[in-house]
Design a protein around this ligand. Structure first.
Ligand SMILES: *Cc1c(COP(=O)(O)O)cnc(C)c1O
Length: 398
């Protein structure tokens, strides 16, 4: 019992509709609730193998996936530190806030990062990447870095087309992809799409608590790591891979989060990855129908690049944060804020992870009621538009 019991109990479950962390299913919480074991003992090995092999099936790779006890940013740093050398050039694409953070990190590490500038309202344009690589006759650019799902704007980038653009330019640069908020929610195929390093984290599409993050690595990335000269100790792939080969980790792993990972991988396969991806696409469409019915504008202005993970909604006259606080106070729903350049100008509805039709409708109802209470100019009928679409496309679950 709380001693500073000032606020009354809030009944029901909190609607955590931010684009990560996403709500954690009870099954995953229960799976983690185990006594800690010796991470160098015999019992750990089976867990280590299951976690390391399981996550490969989600990245859809036959290659190695490194698991760090860190947030996604740690895995960003690892992707750069293991493949590049001081002064190397990398080409990045300004899809939004997360792409900007990754670029700032590269610069701090001593890499010369170059942006293809954009307006934070679209995904990466493969033609512009191809054009820039064709100009780079001396092959000074060592890597192309793209954020698959730009969580700050709700725009997806076409990774397969980026791969084709790099190949069409005959350029040897590595392809590094940030799939932190897409893995487990949107289709992603590390091997088939020809990614060299894919970065991800536990707390978004994988429905897990924050705390572990990943680097999926290709043979070409592994070869680059043998000659890379950026300093790394904790983040080094070599010691990790050596220990992982026996099911162990060089330093203390996030053991209980690995139990969660094994459970999350099982849950994704029990539903079926194709069904998981289709569910997210359908919920993205339902959400956009609601936003359009409200008469509000969607931040991503490209029909083909809308994210199935989240929808960023532009506020007609700013004040997105005041609106979000009305929603939280009245309906116990957390919506995502606008980040850096778009702070207070937009809010984000997360529709990723362990979500079904009625969860989504509850969230959209919270948004629609809050638009009214906060005095945001809009039309009613968004929830109705979403219901109509969901009912038209509903299938029995068994
Ligand atoms: C959440 C996120 C990150 C950063 O992850 P942290 O876990 O906060 O370090 C990086 N990229 C994208 C696209 C994200 O959504």
């Amino acid at each position: 019992m709380s001693l500073s019991n000032t606020a009354p109990r809030v009944p029901g479950r909190h609607f955590l509709q931010i684009p990560g962390p996403s709500p954690i299913p009870d099954r995953i919480l229960h799976a983690m609730s185990k006594p800690i074991i010796d991470h160098r003992g015999p019992e750990f090995q089976a867990l280590g193998y299951r976690a390391l092999n399981g996550i490969k099936t989600i990245f859809q790779t036959e290659g190695s996936v490194i698991i760090y006890p860190s947030s996604g940013s740690g895995a960003w740093e690892a992707s750069l530190a293991n493949t590049l050398s001081p002064g190397d050039r990398v080409l990045m694409y300004e899809t939004g806030h997360f792409a900007s953070l990754w670029k700032a990190m590269a610069e701090k590490l001593g890499v010369q990062a170059e942006f293809i500038a954009s307006d934070w309202r679209s995904g990466a344009d493969p033609d512009l990447i191809e054009q820039r690589l064709r100009e780079d006759k001396g092959h000074e650019i060592k890597a192309v870095c793209v954020v698959h799902n730009e969580t700050s704007t709700g725009a997806m980038s076409p990774i397969q087309k980026v791969r084709k653009a790099i190949d069409a330019a005959g350029h040897p640069a590595l392809l590094m992809v940030d799939a932190v908020s897409s893995l487990g929610s949107a289709e992603y195929r590390h091997d088939e799409w020809g990614a060299d390093v894919t970065v991800s984290g536990s707390q978004k599409g994988l429905m897990m608590p924050p705390g572990i993050a990943f680097n999926a690595i290709s043979a070409k990335a592994l070869a680059a790591s043998k000659v890379s000269k950026l300093p790394k100790v904790f983040w080094g792939w070599d010691e990790m891979l050596a220990a992982n080969a026996r099911g162990y980790f060089p330093t203390t792993p996030a053991t209980n989060t690995l139990y969660a990972l094994v459970e999350a991988v099982d849950m994704l396969h029990e539903e079926g990855l194709d069904r998981v991806f289709a569910r997210h696409i359908r919920h993205g469409e339902a959400t956009r129908r609601a936003v359009r019915a409200w008469g509000l504008e969607i931040q991503c202005r490209q029909e083909e690049n809308h994210s199935p993970v989240l929808t960023a909604v532009m506020m007609p006259n700013g004040g997105a944060d005041a609106f979000r606080s009305v929603a939280l106070k009245h309906f116990d729903i957390s919506l995502g804020s606008g980040l850096s350049k778009v702070a207070d100008k937009l809010f984000r509805i997360g529709h990723l992870g362990d979500i079904n039709d009625l969860t989504l409708l509850g969230a959209l109802s919270g948004v629609e009621m809050s638009l009214g209470l906060a005095g945001v100019p809009h039309k009613t009928g968004g929830v109705q538009a979403a219901m109509t679409y969901l009912a038209q496309t509903a299938k029995p679950s068994s």
